[in-house]
Design a protein around this ligand. Structure first.
Ligand code: FAD
Ligand code: UDP
Length: 396
């Protein structure tokens, strides 16, 4: 068998970024093992039905304030300027529906309460917290002022509680406060979902970005290969195909699975995606056909799914009379065949269980847990790419 200096498990952002840096800047021979038939991890995209590009594991929008991450990834892709905008779609109480920006902002206030009253409430919030401030829903709900408290209850009811129940099976109070803090009330007219300095979509998609990143003479990628069938962990030594492997092993799969669920499984949420195609001959000939006004529409009060994403808004792909959308349904991960653990359920109890697995990993001096699964964290793409660059720094 060929000699490798580094073993990487998983070809998502965690694995691909470390592999490239160690191969290119460290001159290391890197073997990447990926269980799926493709690279890219959950960011994998490509043409679906009718040739319309979709994100197979949920909508991915790149955004970061980390220039280092942006510059690094920019070596492997050009970017399409895209500023993600999301609206909540809710019943208007009169038999119709209304939409307003999420994060809930000054425009949302005016849509919900009318121009005059909305403006007055907005001014009051600004006097209390400051213009352009982001206030989490849990913080807003602490405010003793009866008017602000009533407003907080409105936002809680119309934006947070039902969506959070669908997504997590728990209320906003029960889940990790950092989760709802990702989508604060924003005392601004800025209706973008993210305010990061760098935002966009890889011009030709995420998959080509990964293919270029992994295309290096020192990198060998084996897809369709479950690393756990070839790895053996015993008494402080990692073995690959029965031979001791003493180079760095960077593992981006589940920590519990790596140790055969010794302490029981780590809880996760999984998602069912329902892809649908709309348009076709019936709408042909006119303007380009879109299903909805925004890249993502959140159904924050009703419906069984959390949100609908329409990919053409994100990718900018021109397909005149057809469009592809995706509905996301969240439920508990059971570990059944084919299910994917998407979201760690972060709470003190689960973190403690994770800590036991991390401690086991700590007994292997050349084993590094890296990534959303391996670290049981809620990383965005840029955050895990930065962690990967930093791990590579420390290994070089
Ligand atoms: P992954 O992408 O999960 O990659 C891990 C890889 O390891 C997988 O390919 C897996 O098959 C492989 N693997 C696991 N076990 C083994 C094994 N035993 N052998 C071989 N291979 C194995 N982030 C953003 O910045 N913006 C967004 O808009 C955004 N949207 C998201 C939407 C959804 C629905 C979800 C779930 C996540 C979203 N994210 C977003 C987060 C983003 O997906 C993660 O930050 C990123 O995928 C983390 O990369 P990773 O390498 O840690 O994990
Ligand atoms: N959230 C909500 N209503 C919304 C949007 C978000 O209640 O309209 C809450 C919900 O708990 C969600 C969390 O905020 O899980 C984080 O939302 P984000 O859009 O960042 O989730 P992701 O895109 O990572 O699934």
């Amino acid at each position: 068998m060929e000699h490798y200096d580094v073993l990487v498990v998983g070809a998502g952002f965690a694995g691909a970024v470390t592999a490239r840096r160690l191969a290119e800047d460290g001159g290391k021979k890197v073997l990447v093992l990926e269980r799926r038939e493709h690279v890219g991890g959950n960011a994998y995209d490509g043409p679906g039905e009718g040739g319309i590009v979709i994100h197979f594991y949920g909508p991915h929008i790149f955004h970061t304030n980390e220039k280092r991450v942006y510059d690094y990834l920019s070596r492997f892709t050009k970017w399409r300027d895209y500023q993600h905008r999301v609206v909540a779609n809710i019943p208007d109480g009169k038999g119709g529906r209304l939409q307003y920006p999420v994060p809930f902002n000054l425009t949302s206030l005016e849509t919900a309460f009318g121009a005059g009253e909305g403006k007055r409430l907005g001014d009051k919030l600004i006097a209390e917290y400051g213009a352009e401030r982001k206030v989490t829903i849990l913080e807003l709900r602490q405010n003793p002022d009866p008017e602000i408290s009533a407003l907080a209850d409105y936002v809680y009811e119309h934006v947070f509680v039902h969506y959070t129940m669908k997504q997590w099976g728990q209320t906003p109070e029960e889940i990790d406060p950092n989760t709802t803090a990702r989508v604060p009330v924003f005392l601004s007219r800025d209706d973008r979902y993210f305010q990061d300095a760098y935002q966009g979509m890889p011009l030709e998609g995420y998959t080509p970005l990964f293919e270029r990143m992994l295309d290096h003479p020192n990198i060998t990628v084996e897809t369709g290969c479950d690393a756990l069938k070839r790895l053996e962990l015993g008494s402080g030594v990692v073995k690959l195909d029965g031979e001791v492997f003493d180079g760095p092993v960077i593992y981006s799969g589940q920590a519990d699975e790596l140790f055969a669920f010794r302490f029981g499984p780590l809880p996760y949420r999984t998602l069912d995606f329902k892809f649908e195609i709309y348009g076709g001959d019936a709408v042909g000939g006119g303007e380009e056909y879109f299903y909805q006004t925004h890249g993502t529409v959140n159904y924050t009060v009703d419906e069984a799914f959390t949100r609908i994403t329409e990919f053409k808004h994100l990718t900018g792909q021109k397909v005149k009379s057809e469009t592809a959308i995706m509905k996301e349904f969240s439920r508990a991960y059971t570990g059944a065949e084919g299910e994917i653990p998407y979201y760690a359920i972060i709470n003190p109890e689960n973190n403690a269980l994770y800590g036991k697995y991390a401690a086991l990993a700590g007994a292997y001096p050349n084993l590094y847990l890296l990534g959303r699964l391996a670290e049981y964290k809620y990383y965005n793409m840029d955050a895990i790419a930065l962690r990967a660059l930093e791990l590579a720094d420390s290994l070089l």
